[in-house]
Write a protein that binds this ligand. Structure first.
Ligand SMILES: *Cc1c(COP(=O)(O)O)cnc(C)c1O
Length: 368
């Protein structure tokens, strides 16, 4: 028997979540964001599962696009940050990629390069995130330069990113929207704005294209869940098993530093999963886990290869019992990665992208 820890990836759930994104924004096309190895789920498998359903994929860099092309993925792929140096334009051309243009140097490089075919370009505007993009007052000139170069760039979209689309409070989102609407009207541009939270909860941001990412993997990015986000299905289940059980009297410390001390006579289960697998060491005592589909909690610090859970109220749990760190148990019970992230003082994105290569991925559902 191998070590029981696996990351089970439900490709049917991935497609369900992608369809939900489309349902939320029926007038838009949704590019499926597959960066960071599809948020830790395996970009090639996820791309295969979404081919034919998603009209385009998005990645952060050429290397991620190459991985998909080498696996035979023919769907258009957009580089969300464009090129990192001018020499990458040859690869953009060869691989038939689309690209964001967020800076003058990228624009100059594109206009100096003679592509075999014009490259679809998403011009990135900084509407208030203050990370990448042209300030609105300079975006018009950049747009006009691209428009004047139809041999270099085609299918222009105005792209921007929201800083606060997930929050209930909407004033800053509205401020960003106002800048974008004004600019889009001036340029008569089609828009690509919405990330997952805006796809789920900000219909005013739905443009020709949306860019849902984390919602595809079943994580709810909204500060306050809504009817759509409650329908998201978890894609990854991080599953392991109890490998040892300890009976301890009250007052005994468990794990490194003795952070957790048995408050009563306790049964402790040792689980094969630790920070060496990407389970967050910041998980506090009380972080939920499912044992045979029933909720219990972490007791003691997470170690590299193991963690400990309180089985005192689960007398039927024993060596070999299923443990779900996040995802769906065999009983159907779900523990959301968002809830676990909350107990680790982080977000689902870091937990999902942080599952390390030591953890075998197992895929379920039809590849397409
Ligand atoms: C990662 C990313 C997205 C997707 O964001 P989610 O919050 O995961 O939906 C969208 N747009 C850009 C530019 C990104 O970098």
């Amino acid at each position: 028997m191998a070590r029981p820890l696996t990351a089970e990836i439900d490709l049917d759930a991935l497609r369900h979540n992608y369809r939900l994104a489309c349902e939320c924004s029926p007038e838009s096309r949704c590019v499926a964001v597959l960066k960071a190895d599809a948020y830790g789920h395996g970009a090639v498998a996820c791309a295969r599962a979404l081919e034919g359903l998603a009209p385009a994929f998005a990645v952060a860099c050429i290397e991620e696009a190459v991985t998909l092309r080498e696996a035979g993925i023919a769907t258009p792929i957009v580089l969300l940050e464009g090129i990192f140096s001018a020499d990458e334009l040859h690869r953009v051309d060869e691989l038939g990629l689309w690209m964001a243009v967020h800076s003058d140097w990228q624009l100059d490089a594109l206009l100096a390069h003679r592509p075999a075919r014009p490259i679809p370009v998403w011009l990135k505007v900084d509407s208030g995130m203050h990370r990448l993009g042209f300030p609105p007052e300079r975006a018009e000139a950049a747009w006009r330069r691209l428009q004047a170069a139809p041999d270099h760039a085609c299918d222009l979209q105005l792209m921007s990113h929201f800083a606060t689309a997930d929050l209930v409070e909407g004033a800053y989102f509205e401020a960003q929207m106002a800048r974008l609407t004004a600019l889009a009207e001036r340029l008569d541009a089609s828009l690509c704005l919405a990330n997952s939270p805006a796809t789920l909860a900000r219909p005013s941001a739905h443009g020709a294209w949306n860019r849902p990412g984390v919602m595809l993997y079943g994580s709810d990015p909204l500060e306050a869940a809504n009817a759509a986000s409650r329908r998201l299905a978890p894609v990854m289940t991080l599953r392991s098993a109890i490998i040892a059980v300890r009976e301890l009297p009250a007052g005994e410390p468990v794990g490194y530093g003795g952070r957790w001390v048995t408050p009563r006579p306790s049964r402790i289960g040792v689980v094969a999963a630790g920070y060496g697998d990407g389970y967050d060491r910041h998980a506090v005592d009380g972080t939920p886990v499912l044992v045979e589909g029933r909720r219990t909690r972490i007791a003691g610090k997470v170690s590299m290869d193991m963690l400990t859970v309180d089985l005192t109220d689960l007398p039927e749990a024993d060596i070999g019992s299923e443990v779900v760190l996040w995802g769906r148990a065999a009983t159907g019970e779900v523990l959301s990665v968002d809830e676990v992230a909350h107990h680790c003082d982080t977000i689902s994105y870091t937990l999902l992208t942080g599952v390390l290569p030591r953890v075998p991925r197992r895929y379920h559902g039809q590849p397409r």
